[in-house]
Design a protein around this ligand. Structure first.
Ligand code: SF4
Ligand code: SF4
Length: 472
């Protein structure tokens, strides 16, 4: 029985409820009256249920689809303005005991070199990332209790936060590691992590079990209930995601939103972020062998419908996507992107040798961070290196209430300008710096509160004279 308040995976992600939702959305995909009603409700900016959002996703009427895109764009502007937060992944280890069939780190891949960064190597990678301008990382590691125990992850987090090279700083470490115990989540919370991210991969239990034939990740319930354990361990901000291409995208879309509804129902706070990765080629993984791949238009529709369904949840698109595709979805609802990423274990400090490569997937957007920053500004976005919220204690429901009321913008926008200023002072190429200075000048006028505008102006001057890390 479907029950969003249940703590059992198969009850809050109930297969029959998803199948009913798919049938309902198929039946109503041309029901103009119903779609208009759903759009009217969505305009209140309080979100939609998985069923309502699924009808929008299936809508075939071209005019209504234009309205869906326009509303997604407007909601994006209202909640997130024009800032885009930037981060980079840092792969710590590709040792893994699982058998995931879509990932080259699976245990049966015997030709891929297995690597695990030493603390000295973590330091080198972090310095290289700081020298690019990054302030926010997402750490990644395979699941291996012997090679990557929680103590190793905690030690790496400590090392990352301890490195301060020149004006560099990593101010927020998000963590993407395997589902674990409440105790371990508590340890991660105590280590000062930002968001705990865990992709569901697929919500379809039967497919999930086939795609994860061996290893602890095979246990669908343990994996699906991980976010509840993370929250029980005191982690306020969790990030959901599925790997589009493994199962029917409509099934995953409904599952994702049901998971968000479950977190809201049980913990009073929905997901902090949702990621929308699509399967990519990698080492021994052939993406075309998966039957459920989606094209760019469908991908854009998914992004728009997620934006409308959960307006207050950040949405992340990585360098799995090309520049062109990222351009297509940024305005529809994306709030965070990665830039200058390496998806190998090591690789920021020095390139891996050709014969010992360890990428988890082929990067589709190979531009440098500076090129990404410049590209964003050329499209009138403000690249933001902000990490303020969790450092100011704005997490979980405290964060969500600010977000739902739209007030978070009063922090995001000034913080974006100040962290961009730091980037321009310390790392930008001359052309990027010139573009950025003009953008900051222009965007200062968009801070409505004159007192705040004055404070930001003062802080910008202080940043220019060498001080760092101002925030609202
Ligand atoms: S997806 Fe994660 S758990 Fe699965 S093989 Fe890759 S690293 Fe291991
Ligand atoms: S103020 Fe908070 S929500 Fe806004 S960009 Fe910074 S960390 Fe994110």
């Amino acid at each position: 029985m479907y029950n969003p308040q249940s703590l059992k995976a198969e009850e809050f992600i109930d297969h029959d409820e998803i199948m009913d939702t798919l049938a309902y959305s198929e039946q109503h995909k041309n029901d103009i009256t119903l779609i208009r009603q759903i759009l009217e409700k969505a305009k209140e900016r309080k979100g939609l249920s998985h069923k309502e959002a699924s009808v929008l996703l299936m809508c075939e009427d071209p005019d209504l689809n234009q309205e869906i895109y326009a509303l997604a764009e407007q909601i994006k502007k209202d909640f997130y303005g024009n800032r885009i937060v930037i981060f980079a992944p840092l792969y710590l280890s590709n040792y893994c005991v699982n058998g995931c069939v879509y990932c080259p780190y699976h245990t049966a891949n015997h030709h891929m070199p297995r690597k695990k960064l030493t603390q000295e190597e973590v330091r080198r990678e972090v310095i290289a990332l700081q020298d690019m301008g990054h302030k926010r990382l997402a750490i990644e590691a395979g699941e291996d209790p012997v090679n990557n125990p929680i103590e190793y992850i905690l030690e790496c987090i400590d090392t990352i936060y301890s490195v301060h090279h020149k004006n560099g700083d990593i101010r927020r470490v998000n963590v993407n590691i395997a589902a674990t115990t409440v105790d371990n989540y508590r340890k991660l919370r105590d280590a000062g992590i930002g968001t705990y991210i865990l992709f569901q991969e697929t919500y379809h239990k039967e497919s999930y079990e086939k795609l994860h034939p061996t290893g602890p990740k095979h246990d669908y319930a343990y994996h699906t209930e991980a976010m509840d354990r993370a929250m029980e361990g005191g982690i306020d901000d969790v990030g959901l995601g599925v790997l589009f291409g493994l199962e029917l995208y409509r099934y995953e879309f409904a599952g994702l939103l049901m998971h968000a509804e479950h977190l809201e129902a049980v913990h009073g706070v929905g997901p902090h972020t949702i990621s929308v990765p699509r399967i990519r080629h990698a080492d021994d993984i052939d993406a075309s062998a998966f039957d459920n791949g989606i094209d760019d238009d469908t991908f854009a529709k998914i992004v728009a419908c997620i934006r409308i369904a959960v307006p207050y949840t950040g949405m992340i698109v990585s360098t799995r996507e090309s520049q062109a595709c990222r351009e297509k979805v940024l305005h529809l609802g994306i709030s965070q992107i990665s830039g200058g990423s390496k998806t190998s274990v090591g690789g920021y400090y020095e390139a891996e040798p050709e014969d010992a490569r360890s990428e988890q997937f082929d990067v589709n957007d190979n531009r440098t961070l500076d090129e990404v920053v410049r590209w964003l500004m050329e499209m009138d976005y403000i690249p933001s290196f902000c990490t303020a919220c969790y450092r100011a204690g704005r997490t979980g429901d405290r964060f969500m209430s600010l977000c739902k009321s739209g007030q978070i913008q009063n922090c995001c926008h000034p913080n974006a300008l100040m962290t961009l200023k730091e980037y321009l002072e310390d790392y930008a190429a001359p052309e990027t710096a010139a573009l950025g200075s003009a953008l900051i000048e222009k965007e200062l006028d968009n801070i409505p509160n004159l007192k705040v505008r004055g404070i930001v102006n003062d802080y910008l001057r202080e940043i220019h004279s060498g001080k760092r890390d101002f925030r609202f």
